[in-house]
Write a protein that binds this ligand. Structure first.
Ligand code: ADP
Length: 394
């Protein structure tokens, strides 16, 4: 039997999974897929490592499959398609590890309670992330449950970078910058030296630009500053999230427009960002294809903010050796990358326009560029599998 790790990423309406087998001294992808529309029009697809569909299923529109039904379907799929493999552990993506967890952790009922205590810090994500862990623990499944945190990579940041200028007792109580997308940044760090040793040992800013978007200053492999803060709504504008706004705007909306916390939550998480600015779509591709004036403005503002953040993050490291683009937009949009890097020319980045046409891995700076620029596809699932493997063999 070959040992394997199953990786689960549970969102509000979806459950993504992958299975990695330990072979030839590495973890190799064997299965991947997802259940989506858990409360609207559930759909399952499971594929092998080459993307060949092994199993598909759809439920009627309106069927409430929920996370429990999704886990039951997934368990049956895994039982049927893991011949020769023994799943030793499930690695779970968990958005918040609070101040306490700077490393992945094997979850038992006591640890589970600690992770539940972080629900108020990430009410839209944490409960969904924890559900499969609870279901697997309750089912008596013998495999280990390992939680891997989006916040953990940033826990080493100096206090000066983590604190807000709020009364000290609030910082002590955990009202501070946590930062997110840590599993993606860690993966980039894990492969950067293969491509650019100077960057790996030096000062790099990574742009993780997807529906959720953030940037991270990484000095010699460690996070020193990031754009997301106490929550994943801070920093860059995103698909539907606003990123940083003056907190005074929110007070104004409460006082003058009678908006309560839930209405503001809806505004800043679901109605803002590329969608809100353009009025067209939250999807970068749709905006690039649109002739609408506000679609162009939304993309221009997104790139302007990213370029501003680049300078700010470079300042935390007193310089810059490399930039890396990753995630859906970062890996696939030459337009966005060019717009950002043109505004960063003064920092010493010279864009190679031909190289920038690619989608997927590439060096996109000229040979003479003082600062190198890369596109490196991220792989958060593999990072979770590696962490999980390490935890269970520690
Ligand atoms: P999530 O944060 O949900 O994981 P992704 O990393 O999948 O998001 O990124 C989704 C974003 O990537 C969307 O805005 C989508 O338009 C964008 N994207 C994907 N492919 C392309 C492309 N070829 N050109 C421009 N944008 C793209």
């Amino acid at each position: 039997m070959t040992e394997a790790i199953a990786v689960l990423n549970a969102g509000s309406s979806s459950l993504k999974f992958s299975v990695f087998a330990a072979a030839d001294g590495d973890l190799q992808l064997r299965l991947r897929g997802q259940l989506e529309g858990l409360f609207t029009a559930p759909k399952f697809v499971g594929k092998d490592a080459d993307g060949v569909v092994l199993s598909e299923h759809t439920w009627p529109v309106g069927f409430q499959l929920g996370h429990e039904g999704a886990m039951a379907h997934l368990t049956a799929f895994l039982d049927a398609h893991t011949d020769g493999l023994r799943i030793k552990a499930f690695g779970h993506r968990v958005v918040h590890g609070g101040v306490e967890f700077a490393e992945p952790v094997c979850v038992d009922p006591a640890t589970f309670k600690q992770l539940e205590a972080f629900v108020p810090l990430a009410p839209l994500h944490q409960p969904n992330n924890l559900l499969p862990i609870r279901l697997l623990l309750e089912s008596g499944n013998k495999a280990a449950q390992v939680a891997c945190f989006d916040t953990a990579f940033h826990r080493d940041q100096p206090l000066i970078a983590q604190m807000y200028a709020l009364p000290h007792e609030m910082t002590a109580a955990g009202i501070r910058r946590y930062g997110f997308h840590g599993l993606s940044y860690e993966y980039i760090v894990s492969v950067l030296a293969q491509h650019d040793e100077r960057a790996a040992a030096g000062r790099t800013v990574v742009f993780h630009l997807g529906n959720g978007a953030s940037m991270c200053a990484i000095h010699a492999g460690r996070s020193v500053a990031t754009t997301m803060g106490f929550t994943a709504v801070d920093g860059l504008p995103m698909g539907t999230r606003c990123g940083s706004v003056d907190p005074g705007v929110l007070l104004y909306l409460m006082d003058q427009r009678g908006m309560d916390a839930r209405a503001i939550e809806k505004l800043i998480y679901h109605r803002s960002g590329l969608l809100g600015m353009s009025g067209v779509s939250s999807d970068c591709r749709a905006l690039e294809e649109s002739d609408d004036r506000n679609a162009k403005l939304a993309l221009d503002h997104f790139c302007y903010r990213a370029a501003r953040e680049l300078a700010s993050l470079a300042a935390t490291m007193a310089g810059l050796d490399a930039v890396v683009f990753t995630a859906g937009i970062g890996e696939n949009s030459p337009t966005v990358r060019a717009k950002i890097l043109e505004q960063a020319a003064w920092l010493g980045v010279a864009l190679d326009r031909d190289a920038n046409r690619v989608r997927g891995f590439a060096r996109i700076s000229t040979a003479a560029s003082a600062v190198s620029a890369w596109v490196i596809p991220t792989n958060e699932e593999l990072m979770i599998a590696r962490h999980t493997w390490r935890v269970i063999h520690a």
